[in-house]
Design a protein around this ligand. Structure first.
Ligand code: DGJ
Length: 712
């Protein structure tokens, strides 16, 4: 199967007429793939190949496909990766090879540095690639170093510029907005530039996550054909530019957004771009996702090999309307139902300006005396007495103008002089480029954790993006560095929190999926994909994010929206939790919640640590199906959701990833009225689609457990 795939890069080899054949300069190798760079006689470095290593061109026959890091101002007239103005005003850069080095970091990771230098100026660019062998992932970034005697102005600084040659290109983006994240839209690229970007600076992924799929020659397919996945490990503004040129070559230029973000690169102060994480799959998006998940669990997340806890959050249960006694009742309910953590959300602080809604109090982190007379410490005592671990919400980067913090430090908020105050969700952003602000923001979480050692979980929220992006701390010539410096400070804070409090689990949130990238996630255990918890919508949101992030990262909470069985079945395919007032649950619902939690505890090792197979896309039909299989294929969990009434549609589903020779016991779980008869079937028959999963009505669902019987 693999051998038959004609990769895009090979198509290039057969059709290209404008390149010379060369020996490889560097070959980055992963389990299935190879990325090759070569050097032209004049020292310029080119991409030569990226695809299956089985299809590598013969030695000495590598085409010089596309310059590896094309620079503006010289002979390159397309979207550049780099645009700088040298100290003497020269607007061109021409990079030539100096040296390279490949180091084995461990048995799985190889790091390669290719050092380039401007052919005249002492201006250096290092192309840095990390190849993760088992996971087929290549992380690319660039380091710029100025050894001229004056600063060099840097205007564009992509992480990577990747070429591709095929007959046509299909690009999928993951766009949306608050309450409606990660919608997948695929389009055929036409000549010119298509840009996917965010210029929002902070909470930059509100409208679009930094994720894309690229399928040459035909639309991306789950189980076959070529696809390149790309994601930028960066939480700020970003830009992916897809340029189809006059020869039908595609160049994808990816990195932090250059928009209004130029800076002066001082001599001898190297600057490194964010990492672009790419996976090539010749066997469709399913394999690509499985590789991203394996990489994410091992390298992209905190404790990616550890089971995540089932938590009860009070947000959709109470919003701001709670007090000590109410929370203690919720603790007790959580304990009785089998939850493993209680998470107290927004609204627990502020006195002069109580945080009773989103208009006031943000920034004043003393507990609200009226709601919580015994403080956070009193809540911890009660939670400990009841025996439920306790977590708490913070939004350390933000402030309401109606707060004591803002009254004291209006200059700490990001804002342009001579412009009227522009609030979003009634709040402003605290300027983390200012060290005093950064210390203050850091101390919010650190003090909470130091003063309340019982806290074991933090939800870190950020609810607005930048407008009027000015800093009263940065000097006039450094104003355009705001987003960059903000994120340096933010990551420093996140890193320090993770290191100083290694036992604390953390949820990344930004008004839902406003921060969904592997850089921020490296400090967190999971993220909150959306404030939309309506299960029908969540099916799409979870489906979208599942292309890059493993199930354990997606906090999926059952709320009042949707019927309880359907909601649980949807949430149980990710990291299960609830936002629910258990006191208001009927006896029947409470019993269902209890048993669903118990079921999830039994199956979650397969869901959270297993291998994902997306079987039926909700985009293609009125139903959705996906399954997880454990490593030795002895256990699998299948989720099927019926999204519209469909009495006549096919009910057969071809399962994947099972052991064809094993016989599986098949049992529908999470219901007292199973639709499926318990039975046994061979893995090969299940994978040939021999079994029907007969759902017909909208909002019905099933969770099916498959257990391999011991072989006789
Ligand atoms: C936005 C988050 O997405 C919600 O889950 C909740 O934490 C609110 N913020 C609280 O203000």
């Amino acid at each position: 199967m693999i051998q038959k795939v004609l990769t895009a890069a090979v198509v290039l080899l057969l059709t290209t007429t404008f390149t010379q054949a060369q020996d490889a300069l560097v070959t980055l190798e992963t389990k299935d793939n190879a990325l090759v760079l070569s050097k032209r006689n004049d020292g310029r470095v080119f991409y030569s190949y990226y695809g299956l290593k089985d299809n590598l061109p013969e030695k000495g026959k590598f085409p010089l496909f596309w310059e590896a890091y094309p620079c503006a101002g010289g002979d390159y007239v397309k979207e550049p990766a780099l645009r700088v103005v040298h100290a003497d005003g020269n607007t061109s850069t021409v990079l030539v090879y100096q040296s390279h080095e490949t180091k084995k970091i461990d048995e799985n990771i190889t790091e390669t540095h290719i050092l380039l230098k401007d052919e005249y100026y002492p201006f250096f660019v290092t192309l840095i690639f990390k190849a993760y062998y088992r996971e087929n992932l290549i992380a690319a970034c660039t380091e710029l170093a100025n050894r001229e005697d004056k600063p060099v102005m840097v205007y564009q600084y992509a992480s990577q510029s990747m070429p591709l040659r095929a007959n046509s290109y299909y690009m999928t983006q993951f766009h949306g907005t608050h309450n409606n994240e990660a919608n997948m839209v695929e389009e055929k690229l036409t000549p010119g530039i298509k840009v996917l970007d965010s210029k929002r600076g902070i909470r930059a992924h509100e409208m679009r996550s930094p994720l894309f799929l690229l399928a040459p020659n035909q639309g991306a397919n789950e189980n076959q054909g070529e696809v390149y996945g790309g994601t930028l490990a960066w939480s700020g503004s970003f830009q992916f530019a897809f340029e189809v040129d006059e020869r039908n070559t595609l160049i994808v230029t990816s990195g932090a957004h250059p928009f209004a973000s130029h800076f002066a690169l001082e001599p001898n102060k190297p600057f490194r771009t964010p990492e672009m994480l790419t996976i090539y799959s010749a066997e469709g998006t399913g394999k690509m996702s499985r590789d991203y998940h394996a990489w994410g669990r091992k390298y992209g997340l905190r404790e990616g090999n550890q089971i995540r806890s089932i938590l009860l959050n009070n947000w959709e249960a109470t919003y701001f309307n709670f007090d000590h006694d109410k929370l203690v009742k919720l603790f007790q309910g959580a304990k009785d139902a089998g939850f493993e953590l209680f998470l107290l959300d927004d609204g627990w602080f502020g006195n002069k300006h109580p945080r009773n809604n989103d208009k006031a109090g943000l920034g004043d982190w003393a507990h609200n005396e009226k709601k919580l007379p015994r403080g956070v410490a009193g809540l911890c005592e009660e939670a400990e007495r009841i025996g439920i671990p306790f977590g708490i919400w913070v939004e350390p980067e933000m402030v309401n103008p109606q707060s004591e913090l803002y009254e004291t430090h209006p200059d700490w908020a990001i804002h342009q002089p001579h412009r009227s105050l522009h609030v979003l969700r009634n709040q402003m952003i605290l300027d983390q480029t200012n060290p005093a602000v950064k210390d203050f923001s850091y101390s919010i979480t650190a003090d909470l954790l130091k003063n309340n050692p019982y806290i074991s979980f933090i939800k870190w929220d950020a609810n607005r993006y930048i407008t009027n992006g000015g800093s009263s701390y940065l000097s006039p010539e450094k104003q355009s560095e705001l987003v960059w410096r903000y994120h340096e400070a933010l990551y420093e804070m996140m890193d320090k929190t993770a290191k100083e409090f290694p036992h604390i689990r953390m949820m990344l949130c930004s008004g839902g999926g406003g921060r969904t990238d592997y850089k921020a996630l490296s400090y967190f255990h999971e993220f909150w994909p959306s404030d939309n918890t309506e299960p029908m919508k969540r099916i799409f949101i979870q489906w979208g994010y599942s292309h890059f992030f493993p199930a354990m990262t997606q906090a999926a909470h059952v709320t009042k929206r949707g019927n309880i069985k359907f909601s649980f079945d949807v949430a149980m395919s990710c990291r299960l939790g609830m936002d629910y007032d258990l006191e208001k649950a009927s006896k029947e619902d409470f019993e269902f919640i209890k048993s669903a939690i118990a079921e999830y505890k039994r199956i979650r090792d397969v869901v959270q640590l297993g291998v994902l197979y997306r079987l039926v896309s909700p985009y293609d039909s009125p139903r959705c199906a996906l399954m997880y299989v454990n490593d030795d294929k002895s256990r699998a969990i299948l989720f099927v959701y019926q999204m519209e009434d469909d009495p006549n549609g096919t009910k057969l589903i071809s399962l994947q990833g099972l052991n064809p020779d094993a016989t599986y016991q098949i049992r529908e779980i999470n219901t007292s009225k199973p639709v499926l008869q318990e039975r046994q079937m061979k893995g090969s028959d299940l994978m040939r689609g021999q079994m029907a999963f007969p759902l017909q009505q909208r909002s019905t669902s099933m969770v099916v457990e498959l257990t391999a019987l011991p072989s006789r």
